[in-house]
Design a binder for this molecule. Structure first.
Ligand code: UT7
Length: 330
């Protein structure tokens, strides 16, 4: 049997500070009822403190991961960090995380695929295990969205939060782990969801700061339409491709962008809501962080051999689904 990349441990980190809908009501013209009905979000976490970048959360997740699996960070061969909010434009946050956790034998790089980042990273990391090039690969999904959110814009500030998680990938000979993935992108969707300034096209200047161009720009309605269609579509497609019926799927692990998008995806897959991991009410949308955070929260309920479908849609546009056969637990 060919070698597969099994997830052998998962850990996450969420900052302590809670930003509730009640507090947002005092900051912008919004209300708890609207936010709850339109998104399903009740509160989100925010990373506070001077010079606290996304690597702070990522490093905590990776340290916990190594402790859980009983390995030294020195054993990590490769670390992939999926994020849209790197500590700095360069170097890659993966390098900074490796330094913070003492993964001195690892190489690493960042992947920016917005909310689909973790699926892109997981699929990429799995290749290095499958080919035998690496024996221990860490895939991190983490974002400090509060660093690029305009807290005077009610259309975006109610959605996003900070947090991240990490998984360890190791070779498996029983067919467990990453079984299949379908990944897509369409750059024409950039117009609906992006950060206008700070890149090479429009470097930071007094004008870009004054025009508030360093924040997330989102045309919510347009993104919602594409998200519902494509996240549901690709999730149903991966089931069909692998001959899975609804009863064969143990869990849907959806990107947590909007409860209505998640409900539509589960409905299209024919899944009961009891099989859907949902924690958007507690953490909002942590972009690259949502899926590993879900895996961490549900870890104790997962059984060896469970079929999990991870699916996401986000900026790019990017979207995709990954079929994972869970490798541990009973
Ligand atoms: O994860 C990355 C991908 N991103 C997504 O998947 C996000 C997809 N989009 C969405 O989740 C939703 O479009 C939003 C949650 C962003 C917005 O929900 P919506 O149901 O699409 O609302 P809308 O933008 O169509 O706005 C409806 C109304 C508007 O008022 P009028 O024009 O009908 O009078 C908005 O001004 O709701 C108003 N509104 C608000 N009201 C209270 C917009 N934001 C708020 C708010 N509180 N925070």
């Amino acid at each position: 049997m060919k070698t597969t990349a099994a997830i052998t441990a998962v850990h996450a980190h969420l900052p302590e500070f809670v930003l509730s809908n009640a507090v947002l009501e005092t900051m912008v013209d919004t209300n708890d009822a609207w936010i709850t009905e339109r998104t399903g979000i009740k509160e989100r976490r925010i990373l506070k403190g001077k010079d606290q970048g996304v690597s702070v959360m990522a490093a905590e997740a990776v340290k916990g991961l190594c402790a859980k699996r009983g390995i030294s960070p020195l054993e990590i061969d490769l670390l992939i960090c999926c994020t849209v909010t790197p500590d700095m434009q360069f170097p890659a946050t993966a390098n900074i995380i490796c330094d913070k956790v003492g993964a001195r034998n690892a190489w690493g790089f960042d992947i920016n695929a917005a909310c689909s980042g973790f699926l892109y990273g997981l699929t990429t990391g799995a290749q290095f295990i499958e080919t035998g090039k690496c024996r221990k690969v860490v895939v991190v999904g983490a974002d400090k969205m509060s660093s690029i959110i305009d807290y005077t814009d009610r259309a975006t500030c109610i959605i996003f939060g900070d947090g991240g998680g990490a998984v360890l990938l190791e070779p498996n000979g029983e067919g467990l782990g990453v079984v299949d993935s379908i990944l897509r992108s369409d750059g024409s969707g950039c117009q609906y969801l992006h950060q206008k300034a700070g890149g090479s096209m429009r470097p930071a200047s007094i004008q870009t700061v004054e025009a508030r161009e360093h924040f997330v720009y989102q045309e919510g309605k347009a993104v919602f339409k594409f998200a519902v269609t494509n996240m549901a579509g690709v999730s149903a497609e991966i089931m069909e491709k692998n001959g899975l019926r609804a009863e064969d799927v143990a869990w849907l692990v959806p990107h947590q962008a909007n409860k209505r998008i998640i409900d539509a995806t589960a409905h299209r897959m024919g899944l009961d809501e009891s099989k859907v991991m949902l924690n958007i009410h507690k953490y909002g949308n942590t972009t690259s962080g949502t899926i590993p955070i879900c895996l961490w929260e549900w870890e104790n309920r997962l059984k060896k051999g469970d079929n999990l479908i991870l699916s996401a849609f986000g900026g790019g546009f990017t979207w995709g689904a990954v079929l994972v056969k869970w490798a541990y637990g009973s």
